[in-house]
Design a protein around this ligand. Structure first.
Ligand SMILES: Cc1cc2nc3c(=O)[nH]c(=O)nc-3n(C[C@H](O)[C@H](O)[C@H](O)COP(=O)(O)OP(=O)(O)OC[C@H]3O[C@@H](n4cnc5c(N)ncnc54)[C@H](O)[C@@H]3O)c2cc1C
Length: 452
């Protein structure tokens, strides 16, 4: 297929220098700009198929952008397929499902589901692409401990594989198993069907404590999180918030801890569960209340605008006193590692439950996950160094099998095949390799966390 056929697509086909090329290549992380040889703004499945066939015939790699939060490569020399024009959400209230297409962000899915009194298993950031998220498992701040990983509640995917064929996969299909956790390795996913939950309000929010109370808050949180029922999901983050007008004065430019809490149940039950945590130290701000799911979905206060950021994560096998002491030493008052956010998520609950059919989420059974990020482009070396020091310092408490969520792999780790095989473990990695060999024998989809 020549360039001429590519010009007959419904969506735009753009080369460097063309008007609209830069906008088509935008990402949420300003440190990972895309510079593909050709950017295809796919308007429908036929456009995706044509772009993939063109890449195959010309031996070019294919990059995919949904929400644009996780682009490890600049896609140089590649055909980039963007999915914004195909973004859509159709809710079937009777079946409690949604069909999510293209690059729909979680916010669109949340809004469409809320109209029917339903909620999807969204993540902490509503600007993340719903399909990109689910391909990495998807560990959410509200429903995770009650219902598990988001990928546990996908019923089918539509995918254009390297041969340009559109396939619908579900049930026991090996490709369906690989897609739930295996990220963007197997093709361009054009649509998915997901289950929705009858959740309209949640008792949820954040309690912000001053950084001076780091030790009390972290110790209380660890003990308290262990007592929570599966209906409650929580995380704690030590943060250095920016000095911006949008934040209320006690938080503006402040060193704080944010304890996030979400409970499916009555406000009374939620209040009772939260009481010991609230008593840990005097709060600066406490937003926990009964709120619509849509409001609860932003309880992490993740940035909405595109910005430069670096991140790293580590699966933790536990949080004994020595691990907390180390974290306090590194993030407490007067600390040597000033990162924007150092977060621990308490996992467990339904996230430990085996999936209904085989999948590829490697992190089941992990009790905690550490995730840290640095914002800004002024001191990238410093940011990398600080993240590295934190992760190295916490290594003694990392999961012995090195398991963790594919969704939280840093862009640097994507370039390291060793890191990826460690995350999945040998058996699962070999299974993913077999599926990769079958559906993408020439490794056309290699602009991501690539299975080699
Ligand atoms: C602020 C923030 C908060 C986050 N919170 C959470 C969280 O709470 N829980 C969690 O699990 N994860 C979380 N993540 C991680 C997030 O789920 C991943 O970064 C995810 O890959 C982003 O998807 P995207 O579509 O926005 O990104 P993109 O950069 O568009 O895509 C990311 C990767 O997925 C592939 N991909 C995306 N869409 C498709 C598709 N349709 N077909 C084939 N491949 C595709 C791409 O090839 C690429 O490799 C968070 C990330 C950020 C930046």
């Amino acid at each position: 297929m020549g360039m001429t056929q590519l010009q007959q697509l419904t969506g735009p086909v753009l080369r460097p220098g063309d008007p609209g090329y830069d906008a088509e290549c935008r990402t949420q992380n300003l440190l990972t700009p895309l510079r593909p040889a050709i950017a295809v703004g796919a308007a429908d499945v036929a456009d995706v198929q044509a772009a993939v066939r063109y890449a195959a015939e010309n031996k070019l790699p294919v990059a995919v952008r949904g929400g644009g939060h996780m682009q490890p490569y600049a896609a140089e020399g590649a055909v980039l397929v963007t999915l914004d024009r195909m973004a859509g959400v159709t809710v079937d209230a009777g079946r409690r499902t949604a069909r999510v297409t293209g690059g729909a962000r979680w916010q669109e899915v949340i809004d469409a589901a809320a109209k029917e009194g339903l909620a999807p298993m969204a993540g902490s950031s509503v600007t993340v692409g719903a399909i990109g998220y689910v391909l990495g498992g998807g560990q959410g701040p509200i429903l995770a401990r009650s219902y598990g990983y988001a990928s546990d509640h996908v019923t089918s995917f539509d995918i254009v594989t390297a041969d340009g064929v559109l396939r619908t996969v579900s049930g026991d299909d090996e490709l369906f198993a690989a897609l739930r956790g295996g990220k963007g390795n197997f093709g361009v996913v054009t649509a998915m069907e997901i289950e929705l939950f009858p959740v309209t309000t949640v008792f949820a929010g954040s309690i912000y404590f001053p950084g001076s109370a780091t030790a009390e808050v972290l110790r209380t949180w660890r003990d308290w999180a262990a007592t929570l029922p599966v209906q409650a999901t929580t995380s704690v983050a030590v943060q250095r918030l920016p000095p911006v007008e949008e934040l209320p004065p006690p938080l503006r430019g402040a060193h704080v801890l944010s304890v996030r809490f979400a409970h499916l149940g009555t406000a009374e039950a939620g209040e009772a569960l939260l009481a010991p945590m609230r008593a840990a130290a005097p709060a600066l701000i406490d937003t926990v209340a009964e709120v619509p799911y849509k409001v609860a979905a932003t309880l992490h206060n993740d940035p909405v605008d595109a910005m430069p950021y670096l991140d790293r994560s580590l699966g933790l096998s536990g949080l004994p006193g020595a691990a907390l002491d180390k974290l306090i030493e590194l993030t407490g008052p007067g600390t040597p590692i000033p990162l924007t956010s150092v977060e621990i998520r308490a996992l467990g609950g339904a996230m430990d439950r085996p999936p209904a059919t085989t999948d590829s989420v490697p992190s089941r059974g992990l009790p905690f996950q550490l995730f840290a990020f640095a914002v800004g482009a002024d001191d990238l070396d410093g940011g990398h160094r600080r993240l590295e020091r934190l992760m190295t310092a916490m290594l003694p408490w990392s999961d012995p099998k090195r398991r963790r969520m594919p969704n939280f792999l840093s862009t640097e780790e994507a370039l390291d095949p060793q890191a990826l095989s460690e995350v999945y473990g040998r058996e699962l990695y070999e299974r993913l390799r077999a599926v990769k060999r079958r559906y993408d024998p020439d490794t056309m989809f290699r602009m991501n966390h690539t299975i080699r």
